[in-house]
Design a protein around this ligand. Structure first.
Ligand SMILES: NC(=O)c1ccc[n+]([C@@H]2O[C@H](COP(=O)([O-])OP(=O)(O)OC[C@H]3O[C@@H](n4cnc5c(N)ncnc54)[C@H](OP(=O)(O)O)[C@@H]3O)[C@@H](O)[C@H]2O)c1
Length: 282
């Protein structure tokens, strides 16, 4: 880390727990690359302390913070101003402190789209099927809809998919029982569930009926190659892993806090991926 001066800009990630977060490593890479007089630190804050702690960071001159579980909804309520993407996503993951005010945004959806484009995939080329109806599903579906994409959602609880569609005008619903069959009609499918994450069962999705042009994306990045991606690769389908979204969603926050729009490249990917592949510390 560069030596800090008294003018160093400060940011961090607020969560509970926060020790698993890769954001300090990711932002630390950029701070070093661009020789910025600044720091990005993990901030372990319990749910009940969130408001007090965040207002304290604002008062202490922080430039802003990322917000992760369990604070995303609480952060929304704290904002003086909320960006349209965060309204649509129903959650805030990035806070920028400016002139004593708290500005909230959600960078997950744009991060997902930016990652696809960086991989040479046009997310609007054809209909997309979002699997899952949680926070990430909402952020991704709303980002696709905002750009004029055709999007449907499917979730193991059909009622959850219906509720998401009710919140996002234009979002279609595929019944869970019809998800495998529906793959034939989609150009892109994205897993936004926890299924396939280390320690969880794989996503229950049969790719047998997919068209050869289907692009299979997973936003889970632990492991880097989920069982869904392996199954898609085995069928010769194009796959998109989840780590790139994490890297791209961080760009806007870094730019707002530190004044440099950072590049997502192979060196950054390897730096963060190496940490995911490393055995856990004792
Ligand atoms: N790559 C990135 O940058 C990035 C960003 C955000 C999130 N993520 C990852 O995305 C995943 C979801 O995050 P989130 O914040 O959206 O979580 P969330 O709000 O808790 O939503 C999880 C969704 O997954 C569904 N689900 C869980 N297990 C399932 C299974 N075995 N089969 C089918 N559906 C299942 C849940 O259904 P129920 O409601 O029925 O439980 C819910 O719809 C996490 O793994 C997270 O790490 C990655």
């Amino acid at each position: 880390m560069p030596i800090l001066t008294g003018k160093a800009r400060l940011a961090g990630v607020v969560g509970w727990p926060v020790a698993h977060s890769r954001s300090p490593r990711l932002h630390g890479f950029w701070l070093e690359r661009y020789a910025i007089d600044g720091a990005y630190v993990p901030l372990a804050v319990r749910a009940e302390d969130f408001e007090r702690a965040t207002r304290g960071l604002l008062a202490a001159g922080f430039a802003g913070v990322n917000v992760t579980l369990p604070h995303k909804e609480r952060a929304f309520a704290l904002c003086d101003e909320v960006a349209p993407a965060a309204w649509q996503a129903g959650a805030v993951n990035t806070l920028v402190f400016r002139a004593g005010r708290i500005l909230g945004s959600n960078t997950d959806g744009v991060g997902f789209l930016a990652h696809l484009r960086a991989e040479g995939v046009d997310p609007l080329a054809g209909p997309a099927l979002v699997i899952g109806a949680g926070g990430a599903a909402r952020a991704i579906a709303s980002a696709l809809l905002t750009e004029g994409g055709r999007v449907a959602v499917t979730a193991r609880r059909d009622a959850a998919a219906g509720a998401l569609a009710a919140a996002l005008p234009g979002l279609g619903v595929v019944p869970w029982a019809a998800r495998n069959h529906a793959l034939a009609d989609h150009a892109l499918v994205v897993n936004t569930t926890n299924a396939g994450m280390s320690g969880n069962p794989p996503l229950a999705l049969d790719l047998a009926g997919a068209s050869a042009a289907l692009i299979v994306a997973d936003i889970v990045y632990v492991p880097l190659e989920t069982p869904l991606l392996s199954a898609a690769r085995a069928r010769g389908l194009r796959v998109i892993g989840g780590l790139g979204m994490l890297l791209h969603q961080a760009v806007a926050g870094f730019a707002a806090w530190f004044g440099v729009t950072p590049e997502v490249d192979a060196a950054l990917y390897r730096f963060v991926a190496d940490d995911l592949l490393a055995p856990p510390c004792a």
